[in-house]
Ligand binder design. Sequence first.
Ligand code: BGC
Length: 750
Amino acid sequence: MTLKVRILPCGLLIPLIFLTGAISAQPWSERVQDLIKNMSIEEKVGQMTQLTVDMLCEGEPYAITVPFKISEEKLEKAVIQYGVGSILNVPTGTYPGVEAWHQILTTIQDKVQESANKIPVLYGLDHVHGLSYIRGGTLFPQPLGLACSWNTSLAREMAEITAYESRAAGVPWSFSPAMDICRNPVWPRLWESYGEDVYINTVMGKATIEGFQGRDLSNKTSIAACLKHFTGYGLPLSGKDRTPAWIPERYLREYFLPQYQASIDAGALTIMVNSGEINGIPTHADKQLLTDILRHEMHFEGLLVTDWQDIHYLYDRHKIAHSLKDAVRIAIEAGIDMSMTPVSYDFADLLVELVKEGTISESRIDLSVGRILMVKEKLGLFETTHFPVTDYPEFGSERNQEISLQGAVESIVLLKNKNDILPISKDVKVLVTGPTANTQRSLNGGWSTTWQGEGADQYLAEFPTILRGVEDLIGRDLVQYAEGASIDEITDMDLALQKANEVDYIILCLGELSYTEDAGNINDLNLPDAQLELASELAKTGKPMIVILAEGRPRIIRQLAPNSAAILCAFYPGPQGGNALAKLIFGDENPSGKLAITYPQYANSYTPYDHKYTEDRDVMNSGLSFNPQFEFGFGLSYTSFEYSNLQLHNSEVSAVENLQVSVDVKNVGEREGKEVVSLFISDLVASITPPVKRLRAFEKIILKPGESTQVIFELPVQDLAFVGPENRWVIEPGDFELHVGPLRQKFRVK
Ligand code: BGC
């Protein structure tokens, strides 16, 4: 059969081209142009340098004196001698409040006023799920949990609050959102972005950017977003952090660029580079990706910052540079604007040398400096670097905590509910047990008060753990507690078993503590033996067991699932997670989360929902084909929804039309509930083996018992394009199938 290929004419859909010409100068404002004219090479390179705040503190980086103190001598060196453009991070071992942040910012920006050009410093923090590093600020579910809410309005609102509270502390730049789709669930940063699907990452990321940046970045409630980590970081072959990825161009274009393109189109001002390597090329050295594709094809005009120390790593980790100086040259030639050095001045010294000896042209660094100054200008930093705290009465407010609670509730997914055992009544006796029952670490993950999140129990003690959430809701008298096991060792199992015999229900809390990056690497996705043993012994008591998975990635639960009466999955729901889980278990809230990642049944069998038809083949009925524990998009409710009347405006459409799809959804249960109505589409035959289906749209609705509504989707047929044999986006005429809930309908693209 011959297939007619239609090549699409827009943006991202351009074939790969290798542009080598000079990068055109940007239309900078007069202020920026004048500054560039007046700056020395050293000052320009200073702007391209980003230090960690420890470099300004007394003591050594990573081992500063406590309480931290800004050293006048180090400040002078950073801000006056080197004129650094940006500073990041929280002083090691501290968790400053708004006032303390104001002091840090004031000290730095006042010093700037003593410099020749008085260019404000751009300060950045990792607000990965709300205010990671600002005491008293609001924290929300981590991105994977948020993705499981399938609620983009919530994502936007959380980002607005984050921007407001961050500006309250004087910090105008956040290193988020991460948009690395993840297809290796063992990867320790899976939970930092929005799961396995491109579309969810696209819409959640876009909502977050809109929430951060608002309409006007200079507004005192807006901050600059930083998309990360461009791109392909989420697919390390080994699953270990920052290890090699092998991503063919076709796959890269279809799965790793569209979410970034949508965010660039939404105005994202800055991007951070992937610390790993793709096809043998460290991304920080990849000119084709960082310049030819990102700048020329995707039209990104903002600031491109390295990740932590990544120029150094080109030399001393990746081994593609003969010297550090060579590494600086390679990264600049690849297209980076700012180096997160962040604990040395080598980058600045070496780049000055490279420019002075003519290896790197001054016009090349002007381009980066222009982008950096443009970001500062858009943020209004030349006018005001930070506003009075009194301008922010809603900082850490109760209302913001309510949004955090709503986010937590909607992020949690009910995966099993045998005989509708949940919700349970509030007058029963329960045992709360397991390693994640009484800690905030398992509810928050990394980037929570400290980088690895280990500070959460100390600093977030005012928020209930799961145990306390249950106690607060039904009263302490009805609740027993025994840890039973830590994450990987049996502790007081006998006590747990004894108490289990005295109660009506067991609430068994399993999963993981907090981690990120290398510290979160594991060798095995299975739950540690101690947790499985605890589950198996508790099951023998015959008491109904409600399992809570508080974790950052889908640890394997195949062995314990059959023995559980109910299973709730909480991918780091944030500090309100304990409250949210209690409300869901005892019926104050109705679950509405749906998995944003396929939950595998075996450690080595993870296959995403949009796998190929060959992966569905069950040869000899072996059970070895696609066999997840729970499918992407799955999640139960305490009510039920009925789908009917799936309509498509025309069963034959052209590639330039919009598909108009409608479906009726009715709440046929007895309580109000939220439902995610999702539209998947299958391309039935294509020249590149098609995935069994792709998510193309969704809407979250709320219905009272007996109520029904019509949900309408309008979708450009162009959204059905894929990257074809020539590595170009194409739509091939032929047969397609829509899936909405249990309903299906075929149509033809002419
Ligand atoms: C992480 C980034 C983070 C940066 C700054 C790096 O180690 O990979 O995600 O934004 O540190 O804290």
